[in-house]
Structure formats: C-alpha cells, structure tokens
Design a protein around this ligand. Sequence first.
Ligand SMILES: *Cc1c(COP(=O)(O)O)cnc(C)c1O
Length: 460
Amino acid sequence: MPSPTINNGENTARLREMDQIHLWHPFTQMRLWPGEPPLVIARAEGNWLIDSDGQRYFDGVSSLWVTVHGHCHPEINAAIAAQLKALDHSTLLGLSHGPAIELAARLTAMTPAGLSRVFYSDSGSTAVEIALKMAFQFWQQSGRPEKRSFISLEGAYHGDTLGAVSVGGIELFHQVYGPLLFQVRKLPQPHCRRCRLGLIYPSCDLACAQALEPMLTTHGQEICALIVEPKVQGADGMIVQPKGYLKRLEQICRRHDVLLICDEVATGFGRTGAMFACELEDVSPDFLCLGKGITGGVLPLSATLATERVYQAFLGEFHEFKTFFHGHTYTGNPLACAAALASLDLMEKNRVVASLAPRIAQLKASLAEIARLPHVAEVRQQGMMVGIELLEDVAAERPYPPELRLGHQVIMACRKRGVIIRPLGDTIVLMPPLASKEEEIALLLKATAEAIADITGGRP
Ligand SMILES: *Cc1c(COP(=O)(O)O)cnc(C)c1O
C-alpha cells in the first residue's frame, strides 16, 4: 500500500503531471491551471493542511465550508473505524440501520420545532432538490395541484444540479443553463449597502421582505414554496440579512399558505454563531436542508428535514402512488452517519457553539482594521462566516476588471503566508474551522490584511 506522500519532491512532480493530464477541477478555468502547479495536499492535522512537500497551511475556508472540529479528529476517526468494522454500507431502500436511525432522532431533536422527518442524501444540492420535489408533490397530493411554482432570492445559491440552479440567483452560474431551467419568481436581494430598492435600514421597514406580500396576494394561489438561505447568502459573497428579515418572510408565507424551505447547508451546525441560523430569528420552516458541516466535514452526507404535515400528505395505499419517488444509491451511508453522530457528540461535549463567542469577537475586532483599507468596500460577518468585498474604486462602486483576477491574486498572496483561502470573485471569504484557536485566527487575519494591502497597493 502506498503511504501518504510526504517530503517527496519526485512524487509530487509525478502527481502534478498526472493531475494535468487526467483531472478536471470544479469551478476552475482549466486553461489557466497548468500555469500554477497545484498544492497536492497529503495530510491534515487539526486546522492545518499539509502538502506533499511537508509545507503547512492554515485551512482558512474549512475545506470549502465544512470543517468543524479540525481535520482527522481522533474521536470522529474512531467512530468511523468502529462503524467500518461492523457495517460499511447497506441501503435505506427497503432496509434500515442503526446510525441512520439514531442520527435522524438526533437531528429532529436539535432542529427548529415541527421538523419531524429526515430524508438523507449525499450533497447540499440533492438536499435542496429533495425539498423542491417534496414541496411540489405535497400540493399535488393536498388538493392544490395548481400550487407549483417557486420563489427565491436574487443572489441565492442552492447548489449546482438543475433544480437547485433554477432557484439560484447568481447570474454567472445561471446564464448558460437558462434553457434547461424552470421559471422562478425572485425577491430583491436583502443587501443593505447596495439596497436594490434604494432604501435605508431600519426606516425601510424591510421593504425587500415585504415585497413578498403583494407577490403572494397576486400569485399565492400558484406558489408552492419560498426557498431562502437563512441569515447569510453564502456563495454570493456572504450577504448578511438585516435583523427581522427572515421572520418577516416566514410570517408572510404563513398568511398565504406557502411552504418555507430554509437551506442551511452553509449556515447549519454553528457557522453563524447559533446551532442553526433559523434560531437567530426564531423561525420554524417546513423544510430544512442540511449538508456541509453535518459530518464535521469528514464524509459526504446531507439531510432534508420535513414537518409531519408534509409527511402525512405522502401517506396512502400502495396503489395510490403517493410515495416520494426519490432515493440515491448511497443515501444514509452508515459511515457518514457515524461520523455525523460523533461530530454531534463533540459539539455537545466541547460546547462548540457556546464557546464561539470569543473567536467571533476576535474576528470582528481584526476585521474593523481590514475595513479601513482603501479598496475594501464592505466587510460582512455573521459568526464564523466572513466576506471582504474589494473594489477598484469604492466611492464610484467600480469593480476591478475581471481579467486582473484580483481575488485570486489576494488568496495566492495569503498562501505565501501559510494560509489557504478561496475567494468568490473579488470577495475574500474567511471561514475558519469552528475549532480554530486564538493564534490561528490571528494568523488568518494578519495574512489576509497583508495580502489585501500588498495586492491592492493601499494601506490605511
Ligand atoms: C454549498 C451549498 C449548497 C450545495 O451543496 P453541495 O454539497 O456543494 O452540493 C447548497 N446550498 C447552500 C446554501 C450552499 O452553501
């Protein structure tokens, strides 16, 4: 068996060459790829990634927003190893198993009131597809078949499969696939600094949320559900919703009997400073989509939670065919469920959410300094989620020309300082693991501030 590749320049060169011959990387312009030989990550320890040459990097985006307790945590690893000895995989189609059952009970107990049923899949995108299909079929089987269209937000991101892209609102990801997508009504983005309605919070009285009311008064009869990323629109650049926004959406949905789907794939499991972002606004959705941090960031798993009301609409005689006709091959994989259970145990034992406050405050204090850099248009933070938006001319709201790849330049400058992050366009994203230590957050912020100052050429 080959051992993990460490301190072996020859092997790294070979892997890099093969990468360029055989791999197609996600969200990556592959023509530019050979120009910057990739780091080949060989190991991870705590909040650090170690490449095949033995260089250590702080994992400043939690390996794409998933790492909770740090990498290779001994308790999660032990839980997976123990599960692997007992049962590697078995299907949930027609059979059941302990880890899936126990995790479902844990999830329904810890999520907002009313969510009583757990449907597993393997990625955030599929968790969203499942919520969309369930919501659609719910009305078909509840005597309201005309309720069949969805509402979502401008700037929304719900994943990359076609249903998820249909309810998405990021133009760049949307354009090419337009002809394949279904039509969705859009609410104006709740983005105070760049308010679409030209208003100012709080005197606006949440007009961007209130826009839902006339939409539902006119079209409510045909609207099936509203889908929203609660509190933070992640992939559009960490757009933080004003206080009261989510609650207002919920109230309007309830008045018009429109189902509410909360996509907490990014925000769930402590990311926002609460266990779930819905808690920040005391919201109880009809569907909750979970993914990313659910296993502590170790194995692919996702879950769509639904209320008993939704679930009941799918019950009937076999020949009525009210069944939810959906299921992925690896749904509820026992190893992934065991990892998730171990991660939840650690969350409780280490009081992860309660102990975030000092790290969040530390981020906030250091970000205030970054906000003073001349090309920083806005710093957005909710808990352990941060977006730093860079503009060429802040006063004129003029972005950098895309060919500069400014965000990319900044993250490469961070890499030289021992920190791995990944931007969203020219918004620099910081998503440190929830278990980050004080000195690690300090390193992350120092590297980011220096990199931004270096690349944008401006000090305060
Ligand atoms: C990442 C993300 C998804 C998609 O999850 P995948 O596991 O990448 O399919 C969906 N919704 C939100 C809010 C996300 O951040």
